[in-house]
Ligand binder design. Sequence first.
Ligand SMILES: Cc1cc2nc3c(=O)[nH]c(=O)nc-3n(C[C@H](O)[C@H](O)[C@H](O)COP(=O)(O)OP(=O)(O)OC[C@H]3O[C@@H](n4cnc5c(N)ncnc54)[C@H](O)[C@@H]3O)c2cc1C
Length: 406
Amino acid sequence: MTLTSFDIVIVGAGPAGGHCARILAKSGRKVLLAEQNDTFDKNDFSSAATPLETLSQFDLPESVIGSFWHKLTIETSKVSQTWESPQSLGVVLNFAKFRAFLASEVQRLGSEVWLGYRYIRHSQANGETLVEFKQLSDGQVIKVSTKVLVDATGFARAIMYDQENDKPDFLSGTGIEYLIEVEPEVYNKYSGDLIFFLGDKWMPKGYSWIFPMEQNRLKVGAGRIFLDAKTIRHLSPLKKYIDLLIDEYLKSKNYKILDKHGSTLKYSQGLKDIYCKDNIIAIGDTVSTVNFLGGEGIRHGMDGAEIAGKYIQMYLDHKISDFRDYETEMHCKFDRKWNISERLAVRKYIDDANDELTDQTISYLKYMKTEDVMDILFDYRFEKISRGLGGYLWRKIKSLIQGLGG
Ligand SMILES: Cc1cc2nc3c(=O)[nH]c(=O)nc-3n(C[C@H](O)[C@H](O)[C@H](O)COP(=O)(O)OP(=O)(O)OC[C@H]3O[C@@H](n4cnc5c(N)ncnc54)[C@H](O)[C@@H]3O)c2cc1C
């Protein structure tokens, strides 16, 4: 039987896999993008908030936008602070439509997308890689051959590691989110506002959020960070904190739950993931491109996918014989900022977080300009905090970062 062969097989049609497939298909390569879910509505897990520049940076159309936001609010146990701008600051993507768009682009550009196909294993033969998929509708096993195999399976890291034991230690996060329909008066009050909740009152050992979506729809979620699943057994379920936001904050009496979804993040402390092996390369959350402090991973996964795309082209053109330079470039791009973010995340969410310091920090930040707060939250420019804080408080936060070796 002759096998269908591809230049590149990408497993996982998340933001990283979908975008990588799109750019490689655009440059005329024969790509297969394979995803285990048979529709993008099935794992519609991400809150998908992102700054406005993501749209132009990755050439995304309006059809993938759930809503725009021009305000940022942070609620702590005792403090509420809002920064706003006359212009839009960002969007909340419709995560299902966004990934469906990337996949449709891959097809439009002449490559293939297989939905409902789970990667099982791969093997090497005659300089090519054979990849086996199980078609989930009928259990049939299908083999294809490829010159390059891409692991874009997110936290599962399904290709890079043969055994669970081979994986590095992870910082983990679990998030659950409801998509709810609320009364127009409730929606109008919160549309345009990206609201984060920090502090023991709202979400101990994590954070929760309310993001606007299409008309009368809000995403309400809560996420918790942990090093070891055993440590969270004694904590209340996340649902309790989502109900708290709906009942106490939104005060919505007649809301309707349209969807409940959630997922996991697994981030390698110190970015110790395997980035490549022979002709196999890993992208997106598989190599911890998610920023662990805020759980923001969409544009970083796509950014990393573009870097990988460049090296895949060079590999296929025989200009390089492995992907080691990809790993080096990814470390140059992510190491410093991700290191500080990860350490702050451990301090804030895992070690004994100081609720009072959180209140104080947010109340001092109120003197900062909206663009500076955007730079801190979305460009991780923590040094900017010093401008908005009193000397004592800044020294305390700085000592936290420095004391951590950052
Ligand atoms: C609750 C929650 C809220 C979040 N909110 C935001 C946010 O507001 N903004 C933001 O920027 N980021 C957010 N993130 C993070 C962001 O969603 C991720 O960083 C991003 O989706 C990672 O993209 P990826 O393509 O690397 O992986 P994923 O999106 O995880 O995609 C991996 C894909 O691989 C598929 N797959 C896995 N195993 C196999 C297999 N064996 N065979 C075939 N397919 C397989 C999966 O089904 C999945 O579709 C959030 C994450 C969570 C969990």
